[in-house]
Design a protein around this ligand. Structure first.
Ligand code: PAF
Length: 284
């Protein structure tokens, strides 16, 4: 069956209600489109575990802290729908901004300390926008299970907190990051990199691997690990390490000493493209 493309909330809800009446378990993969193999992995998990799979494609203006980033965000709806058909997705929900936000929202979700560091500290309002749209989408779709990539570790943590705080009846499934052969995490933003930038982009992964190596060999001082990892990023005018932090994997708070499993997370600017990545690190 070809994937059905729906852009309005009312018919989308009717389609979902029919699936629910038929006793189907609904799996949901929220995306902003420009789908790649990382998204495909999310859909494959949903397909394995659910009877009816929904992908949303919505470039959510509320979560962009820079207008230029919103405007430049890649959009490829026809290709995305073709990809979804090949993956066996039942419905793609691709609303226009006016359908999701007919008026500017007067209620939004303020995210607490889980958003205080990492991307939350560098992208004001970003997680407010993410949490608000995810809550809206969960209310529209009412999925049994929802799938999020571990590359966006802070987003995944924010969504888990959202679900817990508001008793939302949905199981959140994190899915491991898909990487290129040289370690670069797949991202819709990778397509913006030119050949030289693409070569430099892998230094974020290399820095995180260095952090993981230091920790596995017994380093316990987060600042020292951070410095050693940052030194891996080449001195080149086209790259800038925005942050590299060592935090606890659930609350995403900086740790004072590394004596249990931690998350090394970083953001790297390559030219005008911002990339993020993270690795779980176990101490010696
Ligand atoms: O990860 C994304 O693509 C977005 O942040 C999400 C979860 C679809 C919310 O807009």
């Amino acid at each position: 069956m070809p994937t059905q493309l729906i852009d309005l909330i009312a018919p989308f809800r009717e389609r979902l209600a029919a699936a629910r009446r038929a006793g189907m378990r609904i799996g949901f993969v929220p995306t902003m489109g420009a789908l790649h193999a990382g998204h495909a992995r999310l859909v494959e998990c949903a397909r394995r575990e659910c009877d009816f799979v929904v992908v949303s494609i919505f470039v959510n203006p509320l979560q962009f802290d820079r207008q230029a980033d919103l405007e430049r965000y890649p959009r490829a709806l026809q290709d995305d729908v073709r990809r979804c058909t090949a993956l066996g997705v039942d419905v793609v929900f691709a609303p226009a901004a006016g359908e999701m936000y007919p008026t500017p929202p007067s209620c939004v979700i303020e995210v607490g300390r889980v958003a205080a560091h990492l991307c939350g500290a560098h992208r004001p309002g970003h997680f407010r926008g993410v949490a608000t749209v995810v809550l809206k989408l969960f209310h529209i779709v009412q999925p049994d299970r929802a799938y999020f990539g571990e590359k966006d570790a802070q987003q995944l943590a924010v969504v888990r907190h959202l679900v817990r705080d508001f008793n939302l009846p949905v199981h959140i499934q994190g899915v491991p990051t898909v990487r290129e052969d040289d370690g670069l995490a797949l991202s819709s933003r990778n397509g913006r990199l030119d050949a030289q930038e693409r070569r430099l982009a892998t230094s974020l992964y290399n820095a995180l691997v260095e952090a993981r190596r230091q920790i596995a060999e017994g380093a316990t001082n987060p600042a020292a690990v951070r410095d050693a990892a940052a030194a891996v990023v080449p001195r080149d005018g086209r790259v800038r390490l925005e942050y590299l932090e060592i935090v606890d994997p659930e609350q995403l708070q900086p740790v004072e000493r590394i004596d249990r499993r931690v998350l090394a997370a970083g953001a790297l600017w390559v030219g005008s493209t911002r990339l993020i990545d993270n690795l779980l690190c176990d101490p010696k």
